[in-house]
Design a protein around this ligand. Sequence first.
Ligand SMILES: [Zn+2]
Length: 422
Amino acid sequence: MKKKVLFLYLLGLAATYAQEQRFQGQPPIAAVPTKTRAVQKQWKGNFKFARNGITFSNDFVGSRLNGIVQNNDSTYTVLITPENTPINTSPWYAFKVWANNRTQVNVVLTYQESGKHRYFPKLSKDGVNWSLLDSTRYKEYDKGERAFGPGSLPVKVNMKLEIGTDTLWVSGQELHTSHHVSRWVEDLSTKPFITKKKIGKSRENRDLGLLAIGDENARNMLMVISRQHPPEVTGYLAMKTFVETIASDTKLAKNFRKKFTTYVVPLMNPDGVDNGHWRHNAGGVDLNRDWANFNQPETRSVKNFMEGKVKQTKGKFYFGIDFHSTWDDIYYTVDSKLEGNMPGLVTDWLSEVKAELEGYDPNIRPSDKMRPTNVSRNYFFVEHGAEALVFEIGDNTPRDFVKKKARVSAQILMQLMLKRIK
Ligand SMILES: [Zn+2]
């Protein structure tokens, strides 16, 4: 008996110290055409099942539900399709459901061909406050063997939902549409040192909003963007806290704003977000492949803005950051042997962030292939000399940690940049 206990103890220790499987990052980015392509529009309305008194709806901004059939009295199968193909496995879904009487339904989410289920269901009663579906009410089918990526995903899932006369919202991640982003922007821009402006229009004529934090004539500049890819909500949440920290009332932030102005485009792809796209803009294109050719209005607007600012102020961008989400937290940096306007900044920054967050070991994947500049990071670095990176948050990273990491990251970045500027 004692031997067995010791054995189990050692087994436990081995498990504790075993090298955890780690996300190896994306393979090198291939150039893809970014000329406008057709996208499939989603039929919008209510899907009513009168016999059972149950209604599903995709009639709201940010929704995605492409079809639904009733299998039996309590089971419904939903089809989720992308805006066009080929496309990454980031199948967004969001719908509402309600019933005449309190009841329980099984909702099976299915996808086409290589599409698989990725985002763990979030539930809400008001579209604002979200919680995770109870895991005992969630079942995955034909799950892949791999630890990360599409090969790790199930082919379909079943959710057991309690529904009634009140609307239940079901979504792949918390809903943050252009309306939510505008509200956040409105709120922040009540501060006297923040102005909001429009730097362009999306393909479907939505405004591309920008926040200027600090003096708009300042010569020392930072560029912050997020949400080129609609479902990447955790990256967006990190961006929010990062920006709020730079806009805060701390002494550090005040000093920082005296020396540097931060420009923020929080929602790069408003059409994609509001249409519930998996990845592309309304031109059917992955915007983060369009920073060399600038075929799309969203990327072109940021390019024109940044180049206009450099001309106007005769200054430069020292730092550029693009927030995304992926399988796990990761930083795609520029190889430290390539020097921009503040050499060593990103390396020092990430090592100080690591030191500050106990138990956190950042996953850093540098690249020295900066041309062509298909992605925003390369454009920021090559055309502006901005020390640049992609800041990726895992789909399932706990939201408290997302905030904490973003706050600490912004604080340390401000300290380091202040030390380095004359
Ligand atoms: Zn992305």
